[in-house]
Design a protein around this ligand. Structure first.
Ligand SMILES: Nc1ncnc2c1ncn2[C@@H]1O[C@H](COP(=O)(O)OP(=O)(O)OP(=O)(O)O)[C@@H](O)[C@H]1O
Length: 485
């Protein structure tokens, strides 16, 4: 008998394989199920305000956990993106360097009702807040190495899942109160597809890799570039090319030399070399996360982790104390303003706020290391229509790019600006109703699962610098009890 197959046999086999492949693909398509939030989630204070939504501290009444709740208003354009964010966050969540995903929710009634992602609350704030706090003039090198190592672990996890974050930046690196590092915000994260390379211009301009600016095929390496930029930011408190905006940043990144530390001799050769490697312009020559984790001495020679974490914890305690003071002072000022300030409200408030910021800064530097961090009480608020919440931050768009400039020196406007450290705002409350029939169950997540890593990118609203993250005098929307099933 001949061991050769006939041409028709080959064709049949090919067809069979095709059918098998498409059946597998269909099988793998998962529906994003969203749970009904009422009776489960209770919203507390606003803790972050991004271009795609607002993030509140919250309470899961069933697990009795303090959580973070990201609330996004879907539109026809963004609905799919939000679901992708949920799916990806859920997929990468079980890792110690990724904020745990606990579930996704949507109140019954309409597909346009706000969608919520419940996740681990990171009580130390973000890396951006930390390096921009009044008492931080850049992180010491061993702390930078520690943060880079933890982010690389997260990126490595993402890569195992064939996912690129595409918005690695200091705003999207959260810190827990015990100084553990977590990647957050998977709004721009995408699967890397071998036969369908990604060419979209996406990200936050100052962190975007050259190959992304030129819309060439790109992959996980764009996250390594963004980490290199973030490492410079940790050392110098601002990222390179901050004087440029939008596409001008892209032109410089594509045609100029890669950014470096502005005073390289102040830092070790290992740190300089790490940055050089991360900021290699040709992605083919740029190392992968795994290589840097295992081979680069800036990462591998990190010693005395206990000491590094103790230093980070100290900074976090001071940051939280400053936030707490600032929110208290803001409350006092708001109360006083109502009574005292008559006609020239804007000017008076501005002056007062400046003073408040100064006071808070001064007070923070006096705060003892053991001062307890602020613990806002998660409290229920009167019900209001969630859908009325304006969750869209300022956002410029160039092509696919969200052009957020992470500028620090935002010009003082004539309207009063709140101190970024303050987050005294009350969040919308998820009204607690008794009927829990899960409508579409989304991220039914096992809250107690072991963590793993993940990350994603997004082009943050740059104009609304992170400094403004905590500002917004709006009360958070309350989820109204839904009666119209
Ligand atoms: N798990 C968390 N724990 C604590 N704070 C968080 C958490 N997730 C988000 N935040 C805060 O909320 C902010 C906005 O969150 P996130 O980045 O997910 O929103 P976004 O709308 O996607 O932002 P961007 O404008 O960067 O795209 C963060 O910068 C951070 O300050």
């Amino acid at each position: 008998m001949s061991s050769f197959c006939s041409f028709s046999d080959l064709l049949k086999t090919r067809q069979m394989l095709r059918r098998l492949f498409s059946a597998c693909c269909k099988g793998r398509k998962r529906k994003t199920h969203l749970k009904e939030p009422r009776g489960t989630l209770e919203l507390g204070n606003l803790i972050g305000n991004g271009s795609s939504g607002q993030v509140y501290k919250g309470h899961n009444l069933k697990t009795n956990k303090v959580v973070a709740i990201k609330m996004m208003n879907p539109s026809e354009d963004t609905q799919k993106e939000i679901k992708t964010e949920i799916e990806i966050h859920k997929e990468v969540s079980r890792h110690k360097n990724i904020a745990s995903f606990y579930g996704a929710y949507q109140q019954r009634g309409s597909i346009m009702m706000p969608i919520m992602i419940e996740m681990e609350f990171c009580g130390g704030g973000t890396l951006f807040e930390l390096i921009n706090s009044p008492f931080c003039r850049g992180l010491p090198e061993h702390c930078i190495a520690y943060v880079c190592r933890e982010v690389l672990k997260g990126l490595s996890r993402l890569q195992k899942k064939q996912i690129m974050h595409r918005d690695i930046k200091s705003h999207n690196i959260a810190i827990t109160e015990d100084a553990s590092i977590r990647l957050i915000d998977f709004g721009l994260a995408r699967k890397v597809k071998r036969f369908w390379p990604c060419k979209e211009l996406q990200g936050t301009p100052h962190y975007i890799a050259p190959e992304v600016w030129t819309c060439s095929s790109y992959d996980f390496k764009c996250d390594i570039w963004a980490l290199g930029i973030t490492a410079i930011e940790m050392a110098e408190t601002s990222c390179p090319l901050l004087h440029l905006q939008g596409e001008a940043v892209g032109k410089e990144i594509v045609s100029g030399d890669p950014p470096t530390l502005s005073r390289p001799r102040r830092w070790s050769p290992a740190f300089n070399s790490f940055i050089d490697l991360c900021l290699t312009k040709d992605p083919k020559d740029r190392p992968m996360a795994k290589f840097l984790l295992q081979e680069h001495h800036f990462i591998t020679e990190l010693q005395d982790e206990m000491q590094v974490k103790a230093e980070m914890k100290d900074l976090i305690r001071r940051l939280n104390a400053a936030k707490h003071l600032a929110s208290k002072t803001a409350e006092d000022i708001a109360n006083a303003a109502v009574e005292e300030v008559p006609s020239d409200v804007v000017v008076s408030l501005d002056t007062k706020k400046e003073k408040t910021a100064e006071n808070a800064e001064e007070a923070a530097s006096e705060v003892q290391v053991d001062e307890p961090a602020s613990e806002e009480v998660v409290e229920a608020i009167s019900k209001q229509d969630v859908s009325s919440t304006d969750i869209m931050g300022k956002k410029d768009t160039i092509g696919h790019i969200k052009i957020g400039e992470p500028e620090k020196d935002v010009e003082a406007s004539t309207t009063p600006k709140e101190d970024p450290l303050q987050s005294s705002e009350k969040a919308p409350e998820l009204s607690v109703a008794q009927d829990l029939s899960p409508q579409e169950e989304v991220g039914s997540t096992d809250t107690e699962e072991e963590q793993t890593t993940v990350c994603h990118i997004d082009m943050g609203d740059s104009e609304e610098a992170p400094h403004t993250s905590f500002q917004s005098s709006k009360e958070a929307p309350v989820l109204e009890e839904n009666t119209g099933d």
